[in-house]
Design a protein around this ligand. Structure first.
Ligand SMILES: [Zn+2]
Length: 266
């Protein structure tokens, strides 16, 4: 598929850095030779400015993960050494751009794991786009993903827009939600038609693009088979659109991701 993009003036994608955690290489690839060593795994929210609204892709970690991780993750907190400062979450990161949560009109949630959905509590006025299957999966997760869904992230009076597949957010081809299951049952990604070069915000459709290239399945997987189909589809979109792939947890983020407020994709 290929789209003719309407010229709506300058659209930007601001990556908002939100700290991260120290994670074993096994999470990224259980067969990697570096298993047994820890690396810094970053968290990000992305703000997309469009003339019809300010759109978030994901809402990042909850601030209590820094001060009291057990209050969010329970016993699962022992598996994650969260590294965040008081600035590394939604509200202070938006403030660096002169914005507050009320300036956000739409949220596209890639999925509902704790490092992606912890800001929803501040976004109950916005429309939150999620795959219907993701919401059901998150509310009743399988045993092997129970620790990484935190019900308190999404048990709010949220204005859910439950999707069954693709969605063209503003009907202009510029913000396209694409289902990318594998990591979770209802995972989705966002293709942003920036004028210079489209950016495909993958979320956790792949932890690392390099591991997607070798079809190496990460430790957190709902379905390896779904990952295979998703990765074929991601690479097809990459080719036809000439899109830049941006995975949330890319380890080389300091050199590969422009960080707000100083830098952005445009
Ligand atoms: Zn994640």
């Amino acid at each position: 598929m290929s789209f003719a993009y309407k010229d709506v003036g300058e659209m930007r994608v601001y990556p908002l850095y939100c700290g991260g955690d120290m994670t074993d290489w096994a999470i990224f690839d259980p067969f990697d030779a570096r298993v047994g060593t820890k690396v810094f795994n970053p968290y990000f929210i992305y703000l997309v400015t469009h003339p019809d609204g300010n759109v978030l892709f994901d809402s990042g970690p909850h601030p209590d993960l820094r001060t009291d991780p057990r209050s969010r993750l329970g016993a699962g907190a022992d598996a994650f050494e969260v590294v965040m400062t008081e600035h590394d979450w939604l509200v202070p990161r938006l403030a660096t751009l002169g914005m507050t949560p009320t300036d956000i009109t739409h949220v596209v949630q890639s999925h509902l794991h704790f490092d992606h959905a912890g800001g929803l509590e501040w976004l109950t006025h916005a429309k939150v786009y999620v795959q219907r299957e993701e919401l059901a999966f998150a509310r009743n997760p399988p045993r092997y993903q129970r620790e990484i869904f935190v019900a308190n992230d999404f048990n709010h009076s949220i204005q859910w827009v439950e999707l069954d597949g693709k969605c063209d957010l503003f009907g202009d081809g510029l913000l396209r939600i694409v289902p990318t299951p594998g990591h979770t049952r209802g995972h989705q990604s966002l293709l942003v038609g920036l004028r210079s070069r489209p950016v495909f915000l993958l979320g956790d459709a792949a932890y690392l693009v390099s591991k997607m290239r070798t079809r190496s399945v990460p430790a957190v997987a709902w379905s390896p088979d779904a990952f295979m189909s998703t990765w074929d589809a991601v690479e097809a979109i990459e080719q036809t659109e000439g899109a830049r792939l941006v995975a949330t947890h890319e380890l080389d983020f300091k050199s590969s991701v422009p960080m707000a407020p100083q830098a952005w994709f445009a």
